[in-house]
Design a protein around this ligand. Structure first.
Ligand code: DP6
Length: 324
């Protein structure tokens, strides 16, 4: 019996300029470019073992055997890898998240970035960073941004070859901290994949897309110049724009909980009183609160005392996906 195995680790990421909507759902070609920061310590570690003795792919996630949607999605992704490697071997995939399960942080970005690296390495494919990012994109769009390190931009491209992510600054470039206020431990009701399908039903999406190159420029420059005020303004605007599109889609998607909104107002108040801090929300109610390294301890302390906040996770800028 032959076993081809590899283990890889990849961080989750928080988008500062969000990906929302696809030009091509099958290829996951995004309607707009996006920028994110990898989250150090919030990772998926995935071991892949291709073995001739297996009659089908198996997925163990945080110690639990998965069936249904999660397994089907992984099998479709492994089919792409098998096609590139010209093999029909099935795999046993064992993946653990470093962050608490039940925190509502199910990160497909970390999962598919780690799976891309482990599966291709196990089968002896030697992909460069751009090729790996393109492959990870096919599993989950945001996963392409978890392949390079630090602060990352996903170049939307025009086709499969030209749509991948690159690092715009290494993790040590800026000591930002993301304090993630968990307000709702349940998994989200409408997952991102379904949400992307609805984006174009909002009359606001075309305006959001038309303005995205401007926001990308401002965000990229703010990162390069370490300008927190500029970053705060553009990050909050971009998050609000995405949620405005979500809330005006058919059917509408409301990801915020009352405690999310209470927090947004509180964070604006903290900033007006001199604390360098801003918020961003993905497709869920948990609030990502960004601040400088110097202010992070105070931000975490305040968040922990805030009514409705169940737990606060913190992460600095993280490195690239890597083996082991
Ligand atoms: C709101 O990458 O999770 O987090 O490609 O269907 O897996 P799929 O979608 P996904 O979408 C991420 C949406 C977002 C914004 C972002 O991370 O850019």
């Amino acid at each position: 019996m032959s076993i081809l195995t590899a283990t890889a680790t990849a961080n989750a990421n928080i988008a500062l300029i969000k990906y929302w909507g696809n030009r091509d759902d099958l290829l996951r070609l995004p309607s707009n470019g996006s920028i994110s920061m990898n989250l150090d310590g919030l990772f998926a570690r995935t071991r892949v073992a291709f073995q001739s003795s297996l009659s089908q792919d198996l997925l163990i996630l945080n110690g639990k055997k998965e069936t249904g949607k999660a397994l089907t999605r992984m099998v479709s992704f492994l089919d792409l890898v098998r096609c590139q490697a010209n093999t029909d071997l099935n795999a046993l995939v064992n993946s653990e998240n470093s962050f608490p399960t039940g925190a509502g942080l199910a990160s497909s970005a970390a999962a598919f970035a780690a799976l891309s690296l482990a599966a291709t390495h196990a089968l002896g494919l030697e992909l460069d960073e751009g090729e790996l990012s393109r492959l990870a994109r096919r599993g989950s769009g945001s996963a392409c941004r978890s392949i390079p390190g630090g602060f990352v931009e996903w170049l939307p491209g025009v086709d499969d070859r030209s749509s991948f992510a690159i690092s715009i600054a290494p993790p040590e470039h800026w000591d930002l901290v993301d304090c993630i206020a968990i307000v709702e431990p349940q998994p989200k009701t409408t997952d991102s994949t379904e949400g992307h399908h609805l984006a174009d039903t909002s009359p606001l999406q075309s305006a959001r897309l038309a303005d995205t190159p401007r926001r990308l420029d401002i965000c990229r420059q703010a990162i390069l110049k370490r300008d927190f005020d500029a970053l705060s303004a553009i990050t909050e605007l971009d998050s609000n724009l995405m949620h405005a599109v979500m809330m005006t889609s058919s059917p509408p998607l409301f990801y915020w909980q009352p405690s999310s909104l209470h927090l947004l107002k509180e964070i604006q108040d903290w900033r007006q009183h001199g604390l360098p801090v801003c918020y961003s929300l993905d497709a869920g109610p948990n609030v990502h609160v960004l601040s400088h390294g110097d202010a992070a301890a105070q931000v975490k302390d305040r968040l922990e005392k805030f009514p409705g906040v169940l737990q606060v996770l913190t992460a600095k800028p993280g490195g690239p996906a890597h083996l082991k």
